[in-house]
Design a protein. Structure first.
Length: 105
């Protein structure tokens, strides 16, 4: 006959460091404006993903929707919007890095 022993598990204490672990993230590298504009010029919204992920997905959505409803003519303004957005986003990235506010994240 097998006898099972019931051991009571005692809670163990977790090791807590003596120093704070909430280190600030290192600053991001500023995006190159020329690279951003060239990527957006040749790749459209996919090139915009280099500087602005949200902007790239938004323009990609606009590209599909307007491209379908305007039988392709709506692609041109969205493509130009992507180029402009990439320029503005890369310029903003360089300005915030120069001011020292370019936190990573």
């Amino acid at each position: 006959m097998v006898r099972l022993s019931a051991r009571v598990l005692e809670p163990t204490r977790m090791a807590v460091p003596d120093f704070p672990t909430d280190h600030p993230l290192p600053p991001r590298e500023p995006k190159n404006v020329r690279t951003a504009v060239l990527l957006a010029t040749f790749l459209g919204p996919l090139g915009l993903l280099y500087t602005s992920v949200g902007g790239g997905f938004f323009c990609l959505f606009l590209l599909v929707v307007l491209g379908l409803f305007t039988v392709g003519i709506g692609v041109i303004p969205v493509w130009l919007l992507s180029i402009l957005w990439a320029y503005l986003s890369a310029t903003h990235s360089r300005v915030t890095a120069a001011e020292g506010r370019g936190g990573g994240g």
